[in-house]
Write a new protein. Structure first.
Lengths: 447, 706
């Protein structure tokens, strides 16, 4: 007895559809009731939201293709301008039926053109008595296009006077979409996250042909036990499952354990999965490298991850420039005298030791400083005399392009540019160590 | 490569032509110098390119194998369960190239050449400055890809028209349809046509997109591009290459996990630029292939710029090129800076002026002073005698170079393994020390000899073997005896091993016995003390004797061959020593120059009237100089009225020293206008700017003297 039930569609199709969308039956039946029969007008716009990989795109696509409803499916990230987006919808519409090959390229600059061309296309495709669905995936991108795009799509049925429904898919809530001038409110619908049971059910569905479903389900159970805490992304989990399955089967292949020996299999796979969580999952090493390691039976320790290569080699003066920038970013201006003047006086020192703000500057983050201050600090921390050559200035610029410094308010170069140092304390300490400079002694926070 | 070479000549040719050919009578061999300079540079250029290629080979090979692996499943179209279940990630190579951004271009050019020859014709190189938005990125990408296709089969004219990029929609589907059409085309080509394009590539070659400067790309553009292309990875086999200057951590800083999980990132690291420089110095400077040499100061300038400022090998080579041009331009005798085979011919065709030039060389004058009086007169008056002598001296110089390099390498073998490296770890440091002055006079040399006398036997033996290898492979002819000597040392060491083993055992056994005999504590202490005494005063073992001998022998070699080049006669001909000129060109100090020009106009204008003593301001100086000097005395904010008054005082001071008080109250209109012009010039130069804090005030933008 199928859960999905609708008089307009054949029961076979519905049954097939249900098997394709596990754990989303209630949402699908809800959508079906909104859609109604083929020729019936549906709600003008539907807004579907839910967390990453909660099946929004998949459910919509499966639903529309299985029931063979006329539809256009567009990803808004891919068509990044309104023109591209509108043209793409028209092209897909024209190419729907294989008989009518598109002859002339579509030109559609404005929504006005779009409405006109849309009507033509609907007429030529003979879609007048069927609801046409336009699905806009990643609809949050629409907010960055012209202001009229989103309200117009919401009212497309009214504007074109045709039987059309626009479905918006997004990961964020409708409240963040609503333009301040107001618009037609779409029907909003929420796709909740898959629970662990759902994930188990979905992941176990696609078991490899060589092994039994139970065996694979046990594996998925172990996998979820390790990864559920950090990752609920279905796609990612599926990927990880496929990557590590070979290792899980190893004892069985070697004949050391049979498929029912869950404990033995668990002992074999668990440390391996933990290692995978620290490496492949974080993209420290790539999945192809991981597979090769598995294949060769090597230890993952021998392959250094991306974050192991933090060391950056810099020219001598660049190092000092960076150190000076760090000091300038994290020390208050008035303390410069205390750090860099030889005779700053004893009495003043005690005054300075009283910290006015209790908060550490490192918690507040880097502060911008002018170029002159940077150079002044540079001259006082480098032992020998530094000539302010063109090379020094170009080094500052290249530090900016390397994103070790960042420029603040870059509109006025003549005004004396201001910079911020963006590197971390650990990084700058490593740099300072290579030039034998004790940076901690020069930081107000560590006084 | 060709472009580059053309460019460098485009820059230099007019200059060279102008300078070298301007003198109507060619008494100083200008044309010949120019030709020599050009041929020398082209030799060096091809040598450096070769080095570059060799150094990048390993990296490129790795990348090529990565790329050929990356889309193997795209080729085979597998339907296996794991490949079906796995998420299709975009293969990505993170290419860590170091902070010397100027060198990257060459690497990328080499990379794209290699890729186009071996893997795929579809390579696009993107730079951050061209891609502020995803739209520009797609435009750039499609433009490059579709043009490269036209390059490959330029025979088919009608297709070129079809893909004029402006008409094409900049979206992934058009890229995909383009890709399908080009790959299909290669499939349907007749076998004869196939040979030129598809034999080198596979049927569906990957499309490689290189992000040259990953750090400068905005997060949004990268994210969008990756998201888009990951959706089409099944239709378009894309491979990304990220050129990274800092550390691969930047990937995680730029991309959130949801995006970086679409990538399959592998790390590739290029050779460090310091190693690159060492190789370049090794192959260009420490060799006798090229007659041109760098003096100590010049080399130091180039190395300092490299180590202190940019880490750029390309800039080092450019600096080297500048040295060559400068040397051949400024030194008339550089015509003799050529290979040994040409020297004889060139020396004998020298003009009288050139002979006089030789006589004027300081090193030659020193040489003449040392000769007996008869020869002195001959040298100073007889041109043909001078030429004979010059040829001999130049040949000596050549031999000196050959020997110098070999012995320098031997010495480096010793010094590079000493603790704390008193003479430097790199051979370039040793080279500089030897060029500067007599290295054996320095304290560092003394201490390294001390340390060498404490080396253990295995180290010493391996070092000696290395020295023998260096000397045998060197081109110097004098080393037969030295090699024989070193080999003798080696055999002596081997003999020692046998004899010492037996001796050592004797001593230890006897002392052991003695210790065993006495059980009483007092006696034991006494014997131990005695043993210690005897060991201290004990005469040196055979090994120690031999070690002293070896070190002394090396010392003798150094004293004989590593004479600083400045002491050699005629060194000015092949050594370029004008370090200040080079520094002025390569390490310019604009602030200092500007300050000098404004503060001391005499420096540039060479007008005697402008010569001023101390801090005084001459009223004859240009207005801007007066204004500048006055503004140096002010604080952060400058009152314009006060400034104008001071200006008019300075300007009028000398003109009418006893001027009446009435006229000085009212500032002359002309002076006013001059002042305003000077102030706006200063503003243009960036010394001051109008301030909003106080009316009638301007803010100073500089501090201190410069």
């Amino acid at each position: 007895m199928p859960n999905l039930d609708h008089p307009a569609y054949p029961a076979d199709d519905l049954f097939h559809l249900e098997s394709l969308v596990p754990c989303r039956e209630s949402q699908v039946s809800m959508l079906l009731s909104i859609f109604g029969e083929r020729q019936q007008f549906s709600f003008p716009s539907i807004f579907i939201y839910g967390h990453t990989s909660s099946g929004k795109t998949y459910v919509m696509q499966t639903l529309l293709t299985t029931l063979q409803l006329p539809h256009v499916f567009v990803n808004c990230v891919e068509y990044f301008t309104s023109r591209l987006l509108l043209e793409e919808i028209l092209i897909q519409l024209q190419n729907r039926s294989p008989g009518t090959e598109q002859t002339s390229p579509v030109h559609c600059d404005t929504l006005n053109d779009f409405v006109r061309l849309f009507k033509q296309a609907v007429a030529s495709q003979k879609l007048q008595d069927e609801t046409l669905y336009i699905v806009l995936d990643r609809a949050e991108q629409l907010r960055e296009m012209e202001a009229n795009i989103l309200p117009a799509f919401l009212r497309l049925q009214e504007l074109t006077d045709r039987n059309v429904t626009v479905v918006l898919l997004s990961e964020i809530v409708w409240e963040l979409f609503r333009p301040n001038i107001g618009c037609f409110e779409p029907f909003t619908m929420y796709f909740p996250d898959y629970s662990i049971g759902h994930l188990q059910k979905i992941l176990s569905q696609n078991h490899p042909p060589e092994y039994s479903a139970d065996f694979y389900a046990a594996y998925i159970n172990i996998l979820l036990g390790v990864f559920y805490m950090v990752c609920r992304d279905l796609k990612e989990l599926q990927h990880l499952a496929a990557l590590n399955f070979a290792k899980y089967c190893e004892p069985v292949v070697r004949g050391e354990a049979n498929e029912r020996d869950t404990r033995k299999l668990w002992k074999n796979i668990e440390p391996h999965l933990k290692k995978a969580m620290q490496t492949v999952y974080l993209r420290e090493i790539s999945s192809s490298q991981w597979e090769r390691l598995q294949h060769d039976g090597g230890e993952p320790g021998q392959l250094k991850g991306l974050s192991a290569h933090t060391h950056v080699e810099l020219p001598y003066y660049s190092k000092f420039l960076l150190i000076a920038a760090y000091i300038a970013s994290y020390n208050p201006v008035r303390t410069d005298k205390r750090f860099f003047l030889k005779h700053h006086g004893k009495i003043r020192k005690t005054n300075f030791m009283k910290k006015h703000e209790k908060t550490s500057n490192h918690l507040l983050g880097p502060k911008p400083f002018p170029l002159d201050r940077l150079l002044a600090i540079l001259y006082s921390i480098v032992d020998n005399r530094v000539v302010p050559t063109a090379n020094i200035f170009s080094q500052i610029t290249s530090l900016v392009t390397l994103q070790l410094l960042s420029m603040v308010g870059q509109n006025d170069q003549l005004d004396g540019p201001r910079y911020k140092c963006t590197v971390s304390l650990d990084f700058i300490r490593a740099i300072a160590r290579t030039v034998n400079f004790d940076i901690i002694k020069y930081l107000y926070d560590f006084l | 490569m060709k472009m580059e070479r053309c460019l460098s000549f485009v820059i230099y040719r007019p200059v060279l032509d102008h300078y070298f050919r301007s003198t109507s009578n060619d008494s100083e061999d200008t044309v010949l110098r120019f030709i020599t300079c050009q041929s020398l540079w082209s030799q060096i250029k091809s040598e450096t390119e070769q080095i570059q290629e060799d150094m990048n080979k390993q990296l490129l090979d790795n990348l090529v194998s990565f790329l050929s692996r990356s889309h193997s499943d795209f080729q085979e179209k597998t339907t296996e369960w794991t490949s079906r279940m796995k998420f299709r990630e975009i293969p990505t190579a993170a290419l860590v190239l170091g902070v010397n951004v100027t060198d990257h271009d060459l690497t990328f050019r080499g990379l794209s050449d290699v890729l186009q020859n071996n893997i795929t014709p579809y390579v696009a190189l993107l730079e951050a400055k061209d891609c502020p938005g995803i739209k520009n990125l797609m435009q750039k990408l499609m433009g490059q890809l579709m043009n490269c296709d036209i390059d490959v089969d330029s025979l088919e004219d009608e297709d070129c028209v079809q893909v004029s990029q402006n008409k094409i929609r900049c979206s992934m589907p058009s890229l995909i349809s383009w890709y399908e059409s080009v790959t299909k085309k290669t499939d349907s080509e007749t076998p004869s046509e196939k040979r030129n394009s598809s034999s080198r590539h596979w049927q569906s070659p990957p499309v490689v997109v290189v992000f040259k400067d990953m750090e400068s790309f905005t997060t949004k553009v990268l994210q969008d591009f990756i998201v888009i292309s990951s959706q089409h990875i099944h239709e378009l086999p894309l491979v990304l290459i990220f050129g990274i200057a800092t550390s691969p951590m930047i990937i995680h800083r730029l991309l959130p996990h949801s995006v970086s999980s679409l990538l399959c990132i592998e790390l590739f690291q290029s050779l460090s630029c310091k190693e690159h420089l060492s190789t370049i110095i090794d192959k260009l400077l420490l060799t006798s292939h090229f007659p041109f040499k760098l003096g100590e100061k010049v080399l130091q300038v180039l190395i300092n710029i490299f180590l202190y400022h940019d880490f750029s090998v390309q800039n080092f080579i450019k600096g080297f090129q500048l040295c060559i041009v400068e040397h051949f331009y400024s030194q008339p005798l550089s015509v003799l800076c050529c290979h040994l085979v040409d020297i004889k011919k060139r020396v004998y065709s020298l003009s009288h002026d050139q002979c006089e030039n030789i006589r004027r060389l300081p090193s030659f004058r020193r040489y003449v002073e040392k000769q007996e009086s008869g020869k002195q007169i001959e040298l100073l008056t007889n041109d043909s005698f001078l030429k004979e002598e010059t040829e001999k001296l130049l040949e000596d110089l050549h031999v000196y170079h050959e020997n110098y390099v070999s012995i320098l390498r031997c010495l480096h073998v010793f010094t590079s393994s000493l603790p704390k490296y008193p003479l430097g770890k790199q051979i370039r440091e040793l080279h500089c020390a030897c060029l500067e002055n007599q290295v054996w006079e320095t304290n560092e040399y003394e201490s390294s000899l001390q340390l060498a006398r404490m080396l253990n036997k295995t180290d010493l033996v391996t070092m000696l073997q290395q020295c023998v290898e260096i000397l045998v492979s060197s081109s110097g002819k004098e080393f037969d005896k030295t090699v024989k000597h070193l080999k003798e040392f080696l055999t002596q060491f081997q003999n020692l091993e046998a004899s010492e083993a037996s001796q050592e055992q004797d001593v230890s056994v006897s002392s052991q016995k003695e210790l065993q005999k006495k059980t009483d504590l007092y006696h034991l202490q006494k014997t131990l003390l005695e043993l210690k005494e005897s060991r201290r005063s004990k005469k040196l073992t055979k090994f120690e004797m031999l070690r002293f001998e070896v070190v002394d022998y090396i010392d003798r070699l150094v004293r004989k061959y590593l004479v600083p080049a400045g002491d050699r006669t005629l060194h000015e001909i092949v050594y370029f020593n004008a370090a200040t000129v080079l520094r002025g060109h390569l390490n310019a100090a604009p602030r200092t120059a500007l300050h000098t020009a404004l503060n001391n106009p005499h420096w540039y204008l060479k007008n005697e009237a402008l010569k001023c003593d101390g801090g005084g301001i001459s009223n004859k100086a240009p207005d801007i100089c007066i204004v500048y000097k006055l503004h140096l005395e002010c604080g952060r904010l400058i009152n314009l009225v006060d400034w104008l008054e001071a200006f008019s005082t300075v300007v009028t001071a000398a003109e009418e020293p006893n001027g009446d008080a009435a006229s000085s109250d009212q500032v002359d209109d002309i002076i006013h206008a001059r002042f305003i012009r000077a102030v706006s010039e200063l503003e243009l130069l960036g010394f001051i700017k109008p301030s909003k804090q106080k009316t009638d005030h301007v803010a100073r933008l500089t501090w201190g003297g410069c």
